[in-house]
Design a protein around this ligand. Sequence first.
Ligand code: BGC
Length: 676
Amino acid sequence: MSEEKPEINFSKLPFLNNNLELEKRVEDLLERLTLNEKFKLCAGRRWWYTKPLRRLGMKSFAMHDGPHGVRVDTEGKIQSTYFPSTICRAATWNPELSEKFGIAIAQEVRDVGAHMLLAPGINIQRTPLCGRTFEYQTEDPYLNKKLAVAVVKGIQSQRIAACVKHFICNNQESNRFTVSSEVSERALQEIYFPAFKAAVKEADAWSIMSSYNKINGIYGSEHHHLLRKVLMNEWGFKGFVVSDWGATNRTTSTESCINAGLTLEMPTLSKYFPSKMRIAFNEGKFTEETLNDNVKRLLRIMFLTGLFDEVSTLPQGSRNTREHQILARKIAEEGMVLLKNEGDLLPLNMDKLRKIAVIGPNANIQTFLGGGSSTNFPPYEITPLEGLKQKCKEKIEIIDSPAMADVTIFFAGLRHIKGMDAEGDDRNSFALPPEQVDLIKKTIKENSNTIVVMIAGTSVSMIEWINEVPAVLQAWYGGMETGNASSAILFGDVNPSGKLPISFPKMLADSPAHVSERTFPGDEKVFYEEGIFVGYRHFDTKNIEPLFPFGHGLSYTNFTYENLMLSKEKLTKDEILTISVDIMNSGEYPGSEVVQLYIQDVESSVERPLKELKGFKKVYLKPGERVTITFEIDKSDLSFYSESHGKWIAEKGNFNILIGDSSRDIRLQTGFEYLG
Ligand code: BGC
């Protein structure tokens, strides 16, 4: 190993040759690095960058937050499109839209001259109290993986790296720097791994961010088993692992992180001071081969993202374009979920109303200061009230007195502040602030035609007033186009098609993580005692009725489900079962339906959920239109992870196929036998 290497003329060096195979370029560049240069590459410089190596013409590799828009600085000098919160995008149940989102946000990353987006966040929503539930997708591993794969593919199609975070079991913000998530192997395999695994295996994710927390006693950034064995060896991850910002501070040692496979320590130095690395190296605590593997992973992604290329040769960047704003609006429109609509109060009829009262604390708030790393700075954000004013202009008078109005729209909810939907702290209560509850109750007395629009990144208690309110729209945080999207839905320009990606409990105690203090938030340890029974898996098994079930979401039209058919009645281990079902729009509005397929294992040697999502399709139908939808399943969709065998197993026997428009509204059902 040579220490000092002379200045070189790099104009014709192999690693700069775009026509050379990627691995040869990586090897060539690695060969040219001194040990010190390798050390230097392993830790960040300032908040968003790696250190440049001018001797080799290597610029800083630049990365930015976050999941809802590109944020470069803290004052908003550089603006970007503010997309709806991740949970809102997940509520679209539309992987195509997620892919388009990935493409658009990657174009914004390119436009600011960076190489990696610190997103998507795909931790499972274990509890509604997690401060970052709004930044994550869903409680269900299947939906999670379908959407994660789509986003990662979209981002990376632009030669921008996705950084899938936070690996793993970062399901609460309380004590996030110290807590250990105590989780079973089965729960990891069935619930927490699948989306990360699919992001790697199906979308070739170029980077993974290790979490702040420990997993079964070991910090994510030094978890040899999870990083080297599972992520790299079993799943074949070729990209690099970057620590969450400051996540290495409490890890055991320099070598434990290096040996585990952590390439990049961000944002600045803690365990990866070159001097510390050198001492550990000289003491034989890690080998140069291990270090090389870590460094090669970063070099690989530098090439893939075009760090050494002329920008003009890369996919073009763009930012704050009309197209991106339209996409942000489309995601918001498809993601908002109509929870309740008694007496068809919605959609509102522009010609029949004279006065609308628009009230509530969230009617005129902006949400782009996203409570941590989701913050970004858009050129504008249309509040719900502004959207309604624009919509009702000169046709309907907007007032603030429910008693005087034909209809009242009450914008309730949370905001991105400590103790609500914000990074770093969990919510301090499941309840809405009491003054909001009082105000909703008072309003409904003054005007029975009250619609509650809930602006929140998770479920909040509604039990105090839900029976008295005829209509509720879950609007999440809808990004810069919130006001336009919510008005379009309220007035029926857009037929709602969002479906809940999480179960909404009636009360917190019904929720699986809230059995005791030790199951949430834990102190040194948080015990995932519910195991695989997260979300609807818990509500189903324990026979608890949620307020609104996973997959629920109303439309202004009706869909009829007919003719459920299977390609065979008996399935062997190498065969595929094709399932078909006819869906018809039997109502009066054009609209989209999310057809959901759940599988039920009738009898099993281990405890299994009552049903598990294994397919979904979103279809758009005009009134009277009918379509046949098909799904394919195989042995893997029937399997569970057996801890005693250390592998996935599908047991012979009977299975049911349940087709529904939510996890609790199963419209058709049939069965088949798995022969093994
Ligand atoms: C968050 C990450 C984020 C990083 C950089 C951390 O505190 O947990 O999600 O990407 O900061 O801002």
